[in-house]
Write a new protein. Sequence first.
Length: 283
Amino acid sequence: MQNLINKNNKKQLLSFFLFLLFLFLSTSRIQADLLLPGQKSINSCFQIENIKDYPDYTFILYPTYVGGSFKIIKQEDCLSFYKMSSPKIYAIKTENFNSNDIKNSNPEDKKNNYFINNHNLIVSDLNIRLISALPKNDPREKIVDIYKIQLLNSQILKIKPTKSIYTYNDDTTQEKPYKALKFFPPLIFFPIVTILIEFFVLLLFIRKPLSTTLLYTTIINLTTWFPANYFYQKNSTYFLPTEFIVFLSESLLIIFFFKTKYKKALLLSFIANLLTASLTFVI
């Protein structure tokens, strides 16, 4: 009878874990739009300064969003794109270009994907990256990266970044040679690292099978991650109160899952959350 109850509990626990994992993965795109504590959102875009030197060509940015969308690049345009996409710049002879061909193609179907099957396209090997967030104490409010076409023929499109124009919070601007800026790791990186850190903390002090400890740690962290992240984004001053609530919540969950005494659970939760909270300020 006891074995049957334990089996039912394990099934319920596994179902709950799979639900949390599905919820976490299904909202990964939303998470990517959120800011980490200590960040601010900035405007960033890029321009190609010498497009007018190539009047016979049409230039295309694709994809500008995960899964598709494109933009025609013009001399005066300062273009941006969804930060989780990895767009490329394409060139094509204007006489061979029809925007309806792109609209009628299917990016999910390799046989009907305009950017795979159109042999008139010339693609640049430039990896375009734009900064969307900076530390709050950084005076820059906008960054415009300037690119220049160095070579274009029937087979090669070479584009290089040459300079950046910074706009500061006092509305002054400054032009500097292009320099790649540090990128914040994607937000999904933090819960994964948090789970691993807390897993090893619990593994050191609690004698449970490896797989059980990992499962329970993942459930505990996914349970507290969503509300904690919500309050971080709502107001960064909620950081300490939110961490305290997470600390207490995880203590209770440790007691529930690992059947430990409350003093030990409080200590383990404190150590684990101290390490993971410190991660926010280190990275």
